[in-house]
Design a protein around this ligand. Structure first.
Ligand code: NDP
Length: 501
């Protein structure tokens, strides 16, 4: 009999579910079944597939409150954050289902030159048969659908391995797919990291979201099998607040951008650089705002703003960073302590920090906002780039054009001006990590679907009258000379067309 994993609510540690641990053989069998079903799914075409995707959307909306309950049970998220995941998933579905036909259209190509003229040229987009999606615990419903939906729209079958910390929402997604009567091209494979590694052994493309350390292991395993992969990894995203910023908006936006989902967002604001003239005012207002946030175990009544961390280990990591910073001279102007129960850690504002402290140089993935004073924008850019990560950044200013000029100096995959996280909600844009934050990208309009396909080149003779091509047998001196003259005429330039040197 399979082993099971117990799922606990991070707010109070109560058991909320159990799931099976799938071993290598079970993973292979389930992926073989997906592979079997995929050909028909591909043959259905984008419109046929969109029909099922829209029905899935309707199922998600019909079950919205229940899905939010499940999300809250396994993450402890506030209701306000749990209730946005299903509608967000529906937004992905609408976008990719509506556009997949256009994104995947066959494309006629012009010949590269005279030698190509006798042929009609075409490229087709053919999906990888089985795409493996491995996802983390921070958005157990919205995050997997970001990848599952475009892969399904592309015509691939999809095996999803959710985090062992939060697999219940993913299982709900699979239940919905079954209940709408869609073909068996989507499956959820539960288990720990070893189940993820088994998935990488059997699929044809890996879409991984998680830590940089695990991402490297996945990349090595995929490389050994010569299968492509795309990695969305960790970050240490900076916010740059310039002296001309609208302080009301900057304070609200940075508080939310750093503390949304208790800071467990890949593109969370994890460090803040503020120009000297407004620094005192900014930190006073930010710490006041953060102190007024309500933290607790939420119910269906939208009573709290900030929830717990997903695991005790994650809470301990945040606590260690804060204690280390304070021991090295930092001050907590808000928060700074673990909660009395569950995995809570208070929303925290730290000042008097510098890059020697882990809270400024290592990923936190928690509810902390360390703030540093800088002389000017140039210093802010220099410090922002001083990181192995390059996921995203935010710039807060009264001059958006200047912000776009500054963005050209930032080594990150996205820059949000006077807003946080917003690139993630705009699927026409690519979401990609630079440096240690990733390889490849998700979304990005047509690229979001095309990444799950391979190009297939097709050539067809324009005329059916010719019984032989020029280069075919038989070979002989007259034909050989003729062919080499023709090739010279076409490929050489100037006099060399006619005279061999
Ligand atoms: P992990 O890297 O620990 O895990 C991610 C997923 O990989 C989980 O499903 C995990 O399973 C699985 N896994 C673990 N080991 C292996 C393995 N050897 N082979 C295949 N799969 C494996 O990340 P976390 O879940 O802790 O998520 C937090 C991290 O994710 C942060 O670093 C964050 O920055 C990053 N992240 C990046 C995002 C982006 O878009 N760039 C978005 C969100 C998060 P299990 O949980 O069961 O161990």
């Amino acid at each position: 009999m399979s082993e099971t994993i117990t799922i606990r609510c991070p707010s109070d540690g109560r058991e909320v579910g159990r799931v099976a641990t799938l071993d290598t053989t079970q993973v292979r069998q389930r992926i073989d079944a997906l592979r079997e079903a995929q050909a028909e799914w591909e043959a259905m075409g984008p419109r046929g597939r969109a029909h099922h995707l829209y029905r899935w959307r309707d199922w998600l909306l019909a079950n919205e409150q229940h899905l939010a309950d499940v999300l809250q049970s396994e993450t402890g998220k506030p209701r306000a954050e749990a209730t946005i995941e299903a509608p967000l998933a529906c937004d992905f579905i609408n976008y990719f289902a509506r556009n997949a036909e256009r994104f995947l259209q066959d494309s006629r190509r012009k010949p590269h030159g005279p030698l190509g003229l006798p042929k009609k040229l075409l490229t087709l987009r053919r999906p990888y048969a089985v795409v493996g999606v491995i996802s983390p615990w921070n958005f157990p419903l919205a995050m997997p659908t970001m990848d599952v939906v475009p892969a399904l729209a592309a015509g691939a079958a999809v095996a999803l391995k959710p985090s062992e910390v939060t697999p219940l929402s993913a299982l709900e997604l699979a239940r919905g797919w079954r209940e709408i009567g869609a073909p068996a091209v989507f499956d959820v494979l539960t288990g720990p990291g070893t189940t993820g590694a088994a998935l990488v052994e059997s699929v044809d493309f890996v879409q991984f979201t998680g830590s940089t350390a695990t991402g490297k292991a996945v990349a090595q395993q995929a490389a050994a099998r010569l299968i492509p992969y795309s990695l969305e990894l960790g970050g240490k995203d900076p916010a740059i607040v310039l002296a001309d910023a609208d302080l009301d908006r900057a304070v609200e936006g940075i508080a939310w951008g750093g503390l949304f989902n208790a800071g467990q967002v890949c593109v969370s604001i994890e460090r803040v650089y503020v120009e000297a003239p407004i620094y005192d005012q900014f930190v006073a207002r930010l710490s006041d705002r953060v102190q007024r946030l309500r933290q607790g175990a939420d119910d269906r009544h939208f009573r709290f703003d900030v929830g717990p961390l997903a695991t005790p280990a994650q809470r301990d990591l945040v606590e260690t960073q804060v204690i280390d910073a304070v021991n090295s001279g930092a001050k907590a102007l808000a928060g700074g302590n673990r909660g009395a129960r569950g995995n809570f850690f208070e929303p925290t504002v730290l000042v008097d920090v510098d890059h020697s402290m882990a809270c400024m140089s290592e990923e936190t993935f928690g509810p902390t906002l360390p703030v540093m004073k800088v002389a000017d924008a140039a210093e802010a850019i220099r410090l922002a780039n001083q990181s192995p990560y390059g996921l995203s950044a935010t710039i807060w200013t009264g001059n958006p054009e200047a912000a776009i000029r500054l963005a050209r100096h930032l080594q990150v995959g996205a820059v949000n001006v006077n807003d946080a996280l917003s690139n993630l909600f705009n699927f026409a844009l690519p979401h990609s990590g630079w440096k240690s934050s990733g390889v490849g990208s998700r979304f990005g309009g047509a690229d979001g679907v095309r990444k799950y396909t391979r190009q297939q080149a097709i050539t067809v003779p324009r005329s059916s009258l010719m019984k032989r091509e020029l280069l075919w047998y038989p070979y002989g001196p007259r034909k050989g000379k003729f062919v080499s003259r023709v090739l010279r005429l076409i490929t050489a330039r100037g006099l060399a067309r006619f005279i061999a040197r």
